[in-house]
Design a protein around this ligand. Structure first.
Ligand code: HC3
Length: 395
């Protein structure tokens, strides 16, 4: 692969390192954390922070809890899921001008916070539960509305024309009021814009949301050049499980822009039941503790010196500060091995079986792939209750 001058977002000074990077990714081994990117494309954000993208608007996250009709409730879960795509997969581009390489979290790294708004308090716990392979687990809950989301994910990358990333893992959305669960599968990603030096994420293939109340949502992703020709496009249908040909609702649009929800198959004069404009709603900011009050395991505190060096563009200092964290981690692992114990995860526990996953995975014919995520990870409310301050605030 070679970079073109025309339309390039890479400055003259960075051209050499960008073309070496493009050559190197053609042969990398699939573990994204081992990919060495040039300094100007390094992000100061750790992957543990990405779990916060699941909630941009707490009121959209909790909306299903107030809907008595099961089909409409499943539709609201689908609507919330679609609302998370823009923050998850395009917000960094909007903020930074391109997708950058996130910091690779260390084992036990935490990202904790809460959202406060008309939906009350919505809390976030994100923890790096495995380093080899890298796996991030999270739990997000709003006690007032009885809504909880938990899940974990790893990524497996491959190179064919561009970087393709398969997400391994899932999310489970739970509603206390109806004792209802929704299994959410995660989209496949590929990176566009590599040649021009302004990488951005595009989603491909399809994902599902399977509810315990008997509804399935199928979301199909497409980028530029497919039917609508618009980037970040999708179509989705919600149907009674097993009756794909009898959709109750059809949604289509762009996950970075707006989408429309129609009744039935959405064709002809189908009634529009709702619309969503991703650009119209202002997100509720996540509140995190000031860095000096954070625990040393919390992302922003742990990476603050690395982040400062990245911002300055000082590569030597970036490598130096990173190596301090890496060496500390190596020492910890050696000590644990010598003492015959494993690092104790603060909020999550490895389990052998996950019955609710198994039940909801059946109609989708998917399996849990525990070997690729170093186990099955569940939020452990006992650990959370007993966590030392400041971790147990408002638990
Ligand atoms: C592929 C990705 C890292 C993984 C990111 C994940 C899958 C993490 C879990 C979140 O819930 C969702 C999510 C969103 C974006 C994904 C990132 C986009 C780009 C990044 C690559 C490692 C960076 C590629 C580097 C470069 C230099 C080409 O930009």
């Amino acid at each position: 692969m070679s970079s073109k001058d025309e339309g390039s977002a890479v400055s003259a000074q960075n051209k050499g390192s960008w073309s070496s990077f493009l050559k190197s990714i053609a042969t990398f081994n699939g573990d994204l954390s081992t990919m060495t990117a040039p300094a100007f494309i390094l992000s100061t954000t750790s992957l543990t922070e990405f779990s916060a993208y699941w909630v941009e608007h707490p009121s959209v996250f909790v909306a299903p809890a107030k809907e008595p009709d099961p089909a409409k409730r499943a539709l609201l879960v689908l609507k919330w899921f679609l609302s998370t795509l823009k923050p998850s997969y395009s917000s960094r581009n909007e903020k930074l001008g391109s997708e950058k390489k996130p910091l690779n979290p260390f084992l036990g790294e935490l990202y904790l916070g809460r959202w406060e708004d008309e939906a009350g308090t919505t809390q976030l716990v994100s923890e790096q539960v495995s380093h080899h392979p890298p796996v991030t687990a999270y739990c997000i809950w709003n006690a007032q509305h009885g809504v909880r989301l938990q899940g974990y994910n790893a990524q497996k990358a491959s190179f064919s024309r561009t970087i393709n990333v398969k997400q391994i893992g899932h999310a489970l959305y739970h509603l206390d009021g109806y004792n209802e669960d929704y299994l959410i599968t995660l989209p496949a990603i590929h990176i566009e814009g590599l040649i021009t030096g302004s990488p951005y994420v595009e989603l491909n293939k399809s994902t599902y949301i399977q509810s315990s109340s008997g509804f399935t949502a199928k979301i199909e992703y497409a980028g530029k050049g497919w039917v609508s020709g618009k980037k970040n496009s999708f179509t989705a249908q919600l149907y009674p499980t097993g009756k794909e040909k009898e959709p109750l609702y059809t949604l289509d649009g762009q996950w970075t822009d707006s989408f429309i929800i129609k009744e039935g198959d959405g064709k002809h004069k189908a009634r529009v039941v709702d619309t969503y404009d991703a650009k119209a709603l202002k997100g509720t900011p996540l509140i995190t503790a000031p860095i000096e009050q954070q625990d040393p395991l919390e992302s922003q505190r742990a990476w603050q010196k690395v982040a400062a060096a990245i911002v300055k563009g000082d590569m030597d200092k970036t490598s130096y500060e990173k190596s301090i964290i890496e060496n500390q981690q190596r020492e910890l692992r050696k000590k644990e091995a010598a003492e015959g114990r494993e690092w104790e995860r603060a909020f999550f526990t490895k389990v052998d079986r996950y019955p609710i996953f198994e039940q909801l995975a059946k109609p989708l014919a998917i399996s849990i792939d525990a070997d690729k995520t170093n186990g099955i990870w569940l939020f452990d409310s006992n650990k959370a209750m007993n966590a030392k301050p400041p971790f147990n605030k408002n638990m």
